[in-house]
Ligand binder design. Sequence first.
Ligand SMILES: Cc1cc2nc3c(=O)[nH]c(=O)nc-3n(C[C@H](O)[C@H](O)[C@H](O)COP(=O)(O)OP(=O)(O)OC[C@H]3O[C@@H](n4cnc5c(N)ncnc54)[C@H](O)[C@@H]3O)c2cc1C
Length: 452
Amino acid sequence: MVRNKKKIVILGGGFAGVECARQLESKIGNDDEIELVMISEDNFLLFTPMLPQVASGMIETRHIVLPIRTICKKIKFYEGRIKNIDPYGKLVTLWGTGDKRSISVHYDFLIVGLGSETNFFGMSDVEKNAYTMKTLNDAVMLRNRVIDMLEQAENETDPILRKSFLNFVVAGGGFAGIETAGELMDLLLDARKYYPTIHKNDLKVVVIEALGMILPGFNEKLAGFAKEKMTDNGIDIRLKTAITSFDGNEVTTKLLVQNPKEEDEEPITDVIRTKTLIWTAGVTPVNTIKRSMFKTEKGKLIVNDYLEVQDFPGVFAIGDCAMFLDPETQRPFPPTAQIAEAQAKVAAKNLISMISNSKKEKFVYHSKGQMAIIGKRTGIATFLGMNISGFWAWLIWRNVYLSKISTFDKRTRVFLDWTIDLFFDRDISRLKLMKHEPEKEYRQLDEVDDVW
Ligand SMILES: Cc1cc2nc3c(=O)[nH]c(=O)nc-3n(C[C@H](O)[C@H](O)[C@H](O)COP(=O)(O)OP(=O)(O)OC[C@H]3O[C@@H](n4cnc5c(N)ncnc54)[C@H](O)[C@@H]3O)c2cc1C
């Protein structure tokens, strides 16, 4: 068989991958000479800004996921976990599973948008015992955990054990950590009325942040407002503090002092008795990228001004997995959906320029503003050059993020969930779910998708 079509393969169905696919579909989707392919582990786009609201039971689980096949209709989609990228042979290999064989997919052009995973900074005890907030599974597991802790605490007679059931520690004061802490407190206060022995003051949510402020992308005034409001709502925020261990019963923390007077000065440590640590303190690119043949820095793919991967023309990296320095700060851009989508647009344009032999465009980022919600119908936002805080920021957040859900069906479902939440209590039924299975090698590679 003679292969004439140019094959563009997009890896990852997250914000970056999906936006890139949509751009390519709209511009070259009807070109018979081009084949568009996407490979991703899940067959949906996860709308992460609303993940904490799934964990708190405000939004139904499936309402924040958009099936790839319904939003990218012109691509050929493979659901599978990528095992290896061979940039010399231009081949992407997928892991097999118990039910399906491992296959390989050839590409002419490649877009890598594989995102990131939770970074535990080498603390294996934390990795083993903590809950995370990155996937849909994480949000469902956390909600069940919180309900379980309330159930256990309600009938527990040992006061120390009871306290540890009702203490919840969130590691990380970024978007994910702060929004999770705010939602968690709202859920606890809402659910508490069904647990007669549990009083408001028994509930404790602690946020541990290594920096001197929370929500570091915001200006100090807005971040200060968020901290103050959350503290008023009963959330204990500890800055310049690092978690050093968690054995499933106790979180150990250490105060970070910038210039210790003496080298051998003992760090100030503390112990928080808790059964639930939620780790949102950092992300790192996925292993598929770290162990690839591409050049990486801090695990991220090094790209040039056009978002092309170093030494491999025709391969682009976008989103959380790309190392692109902010020209103003000379630091990497933070991992946000907004940046992932902006990069996706430029990468799609540049790929089309490559095919048509026209001039490529440099990636220049213009922020559209930032928003975060912090619980109790309160938020902070920088929007159209203005600083907004409180209820109005919360309302803007809801409107903006609702409009970003790309299908009418899911937008309506989220809107109805929010409306229902205004009138009814949250559901406290706990569903028993299993933890994720570790990866296993199944049958050897024995199929290639086409011949060339
Ligand atoms: C709780 C939470 C709240 C957030 N809130 C905000 C917010 O309010 N605003 C904001 O701008 N950003 C927010 N973010 C950050 C935002 O979600 C990320 O920056 C964004 O998702 C990055 O997009 P991406 O496409 O690079 O990666 P992702 O969206 O993570 O997509 C990566 C894709 O690659 C797939 N993948 C990974 N490895 C493999 C593999 N080996 N094989 C196959 N597929 C694979 C994944 O399944 C996924 O589909 C939040 C993140 C979290 C976790």
